[in-house]
Design a protein around this ligand. Structure first.
Ligand SMILES: Cc1cc2nc3c(=O)[nH]c(=O)nc-3n(C[C@H](O)[C@H](O)[C@H](O)COP(=O)(O)O)c2cc1C
Length: 358
């Protein structure tokens, strides 16, 4: 490929993590544009990484990090990767986070980044890197715990809308210009910081516990072998989601039997029982105990009580998930759980990013 005379880099290395394929496709678009302009380009998938691979390099190098947005933040896997990434003085880097875009009538509705750009940019800057590109990209939303997958028509339209943007972005940065478009929404992203912090806990400790394999599961183990963080294990011969789960939605979408469901009905019940029965009962007990002792009374401030409440909620969620997992071996329980899961119904489409995108 003949080299574009304006290109400033000799080598482009892109590290990516992708739950359902959007970030992988965006990384491939960057790779193709880089190659078309004569830059030697490498794509590295960071699934299940244990050590960080920095390929032998030559000349001027540009490093990119590409991944989805999870809960107004980067997925913990990518954050951990960036934290561990070796320090390097004055090396140029860029960040691209794919967000959950929607298409409503003819409107392309963008997702929200929260700290998915600012946080890694600060970490990389502290490590000595120069952040030359910060780009959010609104590919189709895959947040299937919350909503059904988009229609094929909407997915195709969003993809067609996004591809040229990535090409323009890549061209700009490989030619040595800066593109920090992510900073345009900085005020909104800053306002989202408390939600990003809250989601870190809710996502990991609650949402991950809303996934279950029903009796349609034939133990093919595809979910276990493809999980990017090895979060699914076998307990009593059935897939069990541990706290390593980042709810990336890969398992839900690749299951050949469509056997993985979000337990909408059961999880709602768990929240109701916890907040309307267990929590008031527990709080009344603790306050009564506090009233008996002056020291305890002074310690049990509203904040401490909220923390105790949250702790018991988490314990209750863990126990309920264990109980559910145990009883799912009975076909009628599995059927009830499936029946009360919105994801069981055909309208709750699964999401897989298009494969042929270049
Ligand atoms: C658990 C979870 C949390 C998400 N949080 C956000 C979010 O905070 N903001 C947003 O715009 N999109 C959010 N999304 C949507 C994804 O970031 C988006 O669909 C992304 O393009 C998926 O990329 P992937 O296919 O590479 O996994 C979320 C998706 C999931 C599954």
């Amino acid at each position: 490929m003949e080299r574009d005379s304006k290109v400033q880099y000799d080598q482009l290395i892109i590290y990516y993590f992708s739950g359902t394929g959007n970030a992988r496709n965006a990384a491939r678009w960057i790779q193709n544009t880089g190659q078309q302009k004569g830059v030697s380009t490498q794509l590295i998938n960071i699934d299940r990484f244990d050590k960080i691979e920095v390929p032998g390099h030559f000349g001027k190098i540009l490093i990119g990090f590409c991944c989805p947005t999870h809960g107004f933040n980067l997925p913990p896997l990518m954050l951990k990767f960036i934290f561990k990434f070796p320090k390097r003085k004055n090396c140029d880097v860029f960040l691209l986070n794919t967000r959950g875009g929607l298409k409503l009538y003819n409107w392309h509705v963008p997702g929200l980044s929260g700290v998915a750009q600012i946080l890694p940019a600060i970490i990389l800057w502290i490590k000595g890197f120069k952040v030359v590109g910060m780009r959010p990209l609104d590919l189709p939303s895959n947040w299937l715990i919350l909503h059904p997958g988009l229609t094929q028509k909407a997915v195709t339209s969003i993809y067609q809308h996004c591809q040229p943007k990535v090409q323009q972005f890549t061209l700009k940065i490989v030619r040595g210009k800066k593109d920090r478009r992510a900073l345009w929404t900085l005020p909104i992203d800053i306002l989202l910081i408390p939600i990003a912090i809250g989601y870190y806990f809710i996502g990991r400790f609650f949402l991950a516990k809303t996934l279950i394999a029903t009796d349609t599961c034939n133990n093919c183990d595809v979910c276990i072998s493809k999980c990017p963080v090895e979060a699914i294990v076998k307990v009593n011969e059935r897939p069990f989601w541990t706290y390593r789960c980042e709810s990336c939605m890969r398992c839900v979408n690749i299951c050949p039997q469509r056997a993985i469901e979000t337990t909408h009905g059961y999880s709602t019940l768990v929240v109701f029982v916890s907040s309307l029965v267990i929590s008031p009962f527990l709080m009344a007990g603790i306050k009564k105990l506090g009233a008996m002792d002056f020291f305890l009374q002074s310690v049990l401030t509203e904040k401490i009580l909220t923390l105790i409440n949250a702790f018991f909620f988490l314990v209750f969620v863990i126990l309920s998930y264990g109980v559910l997992h145990f009883f799912m071996r009975f076909k009628f329980v599995s059927r009830i759980i499936a029946f009360t899961s919105l994801s069981k119904y055909r309208f709750w489409r699964r999401y897989k990013a298009p494969k042929q995108v270049v």
